[in-house]
Design a protein. Structure first.
Ligand code: SF4
Ligand code: SF4
Length: 384
């Protein structure tokens, strides 16, 4: 089983937090019944014969409660044993109890949570009391051996404090993954918090420098992934790969969407788990066709770009959803992607030109006192 696919399970779009820039939660959203999980198992039994990863996402997935996970995890892992299921979760951890942590630990469910920097910066954009509630959950997760990683959302406001935020992650020894705040389609003023593509590009270059300066003191996942994309010339995260057909999301009522970002948007429903659709059935849906039109659009619109092979036009949601389902352009973050891909490519070319013996460059330790070059990232990645 060489290939893999990804199913995002969205037990609810509800969330107890009220982040100012949120684009994905919905008040009064229903909670998934365990019967839907039974249907997911029945649907996937003969859907694909590839490894599957399930990510519980939201809204806030812990709103589904301990009983839901106590039942859902064995149903999925035993019912789909032939697909070697793995699990992950994205949660703010507010509702994590020792009981829930124990269940998640038993099924090796790593959690991605969100902290936007030190308390003052975080709570300014995520709401008073957020920081403490998440940190309380983090301590419970840690005590039960659940692996937690932190996602930091940079907004137009917080990017001004990028140094303070970087130092916060470094001081605490947290692995950093960053997200740019997106224009919220559920907000009257969608652009207020959104990070502009120019600012996002500058931020990525800043973090590239920082991850080289503090090579063995911090891991910035996006920088490692971007470097791998350029070096291997293959997209290795969903944003930089053709995600359609390999990722699906299931909403609280069993509706199937192309990705969690579309959940709750009726125009993007591709089918329902109750009907056990095959890949061919899903391919007949409007959402599937639209995603494939986007792929074709990228082949033309990005045809002249030297990064197209490992960028693939970025995220289709970013490109399509804000424009009422019309394809008017590629992912608006193109400017940022180009900026960081150019930067990595230029530095790599320069280093290779200066040192033609690539193997030696990758494997040799940097000279004492010498500033780490970009190939040092490769050295760090391969030495793991
Ligand atoms: S739509 Fe965007 S976020 Fe969703 S899987 Fe595709 S690239 Fe990833
Ligand atoms: S950097 Fe921009 S132009 Fe190049 S492939 Fe990505 S989205 Fe297309």
């Amino acid at each position: 089983m060489k290939n893999a696919f990804h199913i995002m399970l969205i037990p609810t779009l509800g969330c107890p937090a009220q982040c100012r820039y949120c684009w994905s939660s919905e008040k009064g959203s229903p909670i998934m019944d365990i019967e839907i999980i039974n249907e997911v198992v029945a649907w996937l039994k003969n859907f694909r014969n590839d490894r599957v990863t399930f990510t519980f996402h939201g809204g806030e997935p812990l709103l589904a409660g301990a009983d839901f996970y106590r039942n859902a995890l064995p149903l999925l892992s035993e019912g789909l044993r032939h697909l070697n299921p793995e699990f992950a979760m994205q949660s703010n951890l507010w509702l994590l109890t020792p009981e829930l942590a124990q269940i998640l630990a038993e099924y090796h469910v790593p959690i991605g949570t969100s902290i936007d920097g030190p308390k003052e910066i975080n709570d300014l954009q995520r709401g008073d009391g957020y920081f403490e509630k998440t940190m309380r959950g983090y301590e419970i997760a840690k005590a039960h051996g659940v692996n937690v990683r932190f996602i930091c959302t940079f907004t137009a406001q917080s990017v001004k404090s990028r140094e303070e935020i970087f130092n916060f992650f470094k001081k605490n020894g947290f692995v950093m993954k960053l997200h740019p705040a997106l224009p919220s389609l559920r907000n009257k003023n969608p652009e207020q918090w959104a990070l502009s593509p120019q600012e996002y590009g500058e931020l990525l270059v800043y973090l590239l420098d920082k991850s080289l300066e503090y090579l063995y003191e911090i891991d910035i996942m996006n920088i490692n992934d971007l470097f791998r994309c350029v070096f291997t010339r293959r997209g290795n995260v969903c944003t930089f790969a053709d995600c359609m057909g390999n990722t699906f999301a299931v909403g609280p009522d069993g509706s199937i969407y192309p990705c969690y970002r579309f959940v709750g948007m009726p125009d993007y429903v591709m089918g329902n788990v109750h009907d056990r659709p095959t890949m061919e059935d899903l391919a007949r849906s409007g959402a599937w066709k639209l995603m494939h039109q986007y792929k074709e659009y990228v082949d033309t619109a990005c045809g002249g770009c030297k990064h197209v092979r490992y960028c693939r036009g970025g995220c289709p949601y970013n490109a399509i959803a804000p424009y009422d389902g019309k394809i008017n352009g590629v992912d608006p973050h193109c400017t940022a992607y180009r900026r960081i891909f150019d930067e990595i490519t230029d530095r790599l070319n320069k280093e290779m030109f200066e040192s033609p013996d690539m193997e030696m460059t990758i494997l040799s330790k940097p000279k004492k006192g010498a500033k780490p070059k970009i190939m040092s990232l490769m050295q760090k990645i391969v030495s793991r």
